[in-house]
Design a protein. Structure first.
Length: 151
């Protein structure tokens, strides 16, 4: 079979075209967010086992809940399978966490498959303007959530 444009056939994976050319690196923000997510679930596991959590500086100083207050308890409740308690502790992180996790997971898997030479999945690159808009929308939503949860 003739090779397709940009691909050659692999002997080991005859059904999958093998990508040619340079592998696009994973954006450093993806690795950073993946590290934050893994670290968050590690802290939730420590909290679940020992009861030791990280005190929120805003809550300690003012008594108000910030948009991330309860995220450790939410992740610990998820580790126990208690979705109702997780929703009660922090609904915003419960909703946004899986969405961000799927996006980061896809980027990492696409990079790994491309790096191994098995499959070249399409990877989306957002423009700097789109990143700025999404960041402002997310921060605005978290700010509104932080204000509303204190009433």
């Amino acid at each position: 079979m003739p090779p397709y444009r940009g691909y050659r056939w692999s002997v080991t994976f005859a059904v999958m075209p093998r990508p040619q050319g340079p592998v696009k690196p994973v954006d450093r923000r993806v690795w950073g967010l993946a590290g934050v997510g893994i670290g968050g679930f590690a802290l939730a596991g420590i909290y679940r086992l020992s009861g030791l959590g990280i005190p929120c500086p805003l809550h300690t100083l003012t008594g108000l809940d910030c948009p991330f207050c309860g995220a450790t308890r939410m992740a610990a409740a998820l580790l126990e399978g208690d979705l109702n308690a997780a929703w009660h502790f922090n609904a915003a992180v419960l909703i946004l966490g899986p969405l961000i996790g799927v996006a980061i997971g896809y980027e990492v898997v696409a990079w790994l498959l491309s790096r191994a030479g098995w499959l070249n999945l399409p990877r989306q690159r957002l423009s700097p303007r789109a990143v700025a808009i999404l960041t402002k929308v997310a921060l605005g939503a978290l700010l509104i959530f932080g204000v509303l949860r204190n009433f």
